[in-house]
Design a protein around this ligand. Structure first.
Ligand code: CTP
Length: 408
């Protein structure tokens, strides 16, 4: 998903400790630079055996530091100079040895030294572990990781899967894109910390027979962007997704469904466990009264079969009608083709929800950008056109600002 220039103005110290995952850090440096960050690479001696400082220098556009004795910084104090301008330190890969030294507060190389010397109150430390699965699972490593986290570090991953050593398990470094996304998330305001948010996204597909059905042009991008933005804002997020091929945003729990009835069945048991419900899905209003068990054949002699339709349950309205103690704070979308605000106002009242996000369906379905108007009891609040992730972040802030402090 596009993350346009989300790190502009941010200065990140990218630390590499020794491990084969260093090859991914080259791509990571590139992703961070692409997102607008300035990147200062610092490498341990072991890291420099896996990828050269020259490679990292070329990708970051800055000289790489490897030694506390480096005479280039103004006061010959690389560990101080490098961290005073940093907005965050990201160590990727963070080896078992590096985490052990970090847990002990050791300062016997530049990377450990600057982690210790960084202004702890305003310069977060993020660790992306990468190691063999047995090393990761070892009680010593787990103890050191727990200590580093207790001392304020944020853990990114590790991932599970095939490892360079040929074994399979926990310990792979997260992919560069996921690490870049985590970096972006680190700088977002945590306006939904401690909240649980339930989101529906995408179209639904209503089967006529096993190969045909009724659906619409919704791509799911807005709902997925909202799920991601809510995670970035510190929420625990459950995403109920119709049939779309989008990747699940990091940290989101996803439930895949196909039809409106399945979406309702997935949403209802979850609704009262969440404080916010965002209905971004373009739920099909009708479904065939009967779905044929086998493919309906055309024989060329008879008229095409008539399609009898029945109305689908309204998921948003059903959640909004829950008793107050079980009801999350509900946000609906209004996809219209005309008279946007009038329809959105009516829809807000009809569905009984505090906030409706109104947009012109044909102008946004499938696209990466959108223009929306927020409609609440106070009136209309247009948001300037933007890409869907930027809009989603603004929407999340708008929702957080309206949430009652004592949401159920
Ligand atoms: N919605 C829903 N279940 C449905 C239909 C809609 O949860 N069966 C939700 C959508 O997710 C959206 C809001 O209701 O948040 C409005 O959807 P929209 O398609 O714009 O409106 P409809 O209720 O379908 O009304 P109409 O077709 O008359 O515009």
């Amino acid at each position: 998903m596009a993350s346009p220039q989300a790190l502009v103005g941010r200065h990140i110290v990218l630390g590499l400790s020794g491990g084969i995952a260093c090859y991914k850090s080259a791509e990571l440096a590139r992703e961070l630079v692409r997102a607008g960050a300035s990147v200062q690479v610092v490498m341990t001696e072991a890291a420099a055996r896996f990828v050269t400082p020259m490679t990292m220098q070329a990708l970051s556009g800055r000289p790489v530091y490897t030694s506390p004795w480096d005479a280039r910084p103004a006061h010959h104090m690389a560990h101080i100079d490098l961290t005073r301008e940093a907005d965050a330190v990201l160590v990727a890969p963070a080896s078992a040895d590096f985490i052990a030294r970090l847990a002990q507060g050791r300062a016997d190389d530049l990377l450990g030294l600057l982690c210790l010397a960084r202004p702890i109150g305003r310069c977060p430390l993020l660790l992306a572990p990468a190691m063999n699965r047995e090393m990761w699972a070892h009680p010593a490593t787990q103890r050191n990781v727990a200590q580093a986290v207790a001392d304020g570090a944020t853990l990114l991953g590790p991932d599970a899967g095939e490892q360079a050593c040929g074994e399979t398990g926990d310990g792979r470094m997260l992919e560069p894109q996921a690490l870049c996304d985590a970096m972006v998330a680190c700088f977002q305001p945590k306006s939904l910390a401690g909240r649980r948010v339930l989101v529906t996204a995408g179209p639904t597909f209503e089967a006529i027979d096993p190969v045909r059905g009724l659906t619409n042009h919704s791509s799911g991008k807005m709902g997925f962007a909202l799920a991601r933005a809510a995670v970035e804002a510190g929420a625990q997020v459950t995403l109920v997704a119709g049939p779309v091929a989008l990747p699940t945003p990091t940290g989101v729990q996803r439930i895949d469904v196909v039809s409106a009835e399945q979406m309702l069945a997935a949403v209802m048991p979850q609704a009262s466990r969440h404080q916010v419900f965002i209905a971004a899905a373009a739920v099909a209003d009708w479904r065939p009264a009967q779905s044929a068990p086998h493919k309906v054949k055309k024989d060329g002699r008879h008229a095409p079969p008539a399609l009898a339709l029945v109305e689908n349950p309204d998921i948003l309205a059903t959640v909004a009608r829950l008793p107050a103690a079980e009801r999350p704070w509900c946000v609906g979308f209004a996809a219209e083709t005309d008279e946007l605000v009038r329809h959105a106002r009516e829809k807000r009242l009809r569905k009984g929800v505090p906030l409706i996000v109104a947009n012109l369906g044909p102008a946004t379905f499938g696209r990466d950008d959108n223009a929306v108007v927020l409609v609440d009891a106070e009136g209309e609040h247009p948001l300037p056109p933007a890409d869907k992730l930027t809009l989603a972040r603004q929407l999340v802030q708008a929702i957080a600002a309206r949430l009652p402090a004592t949401a159920p």
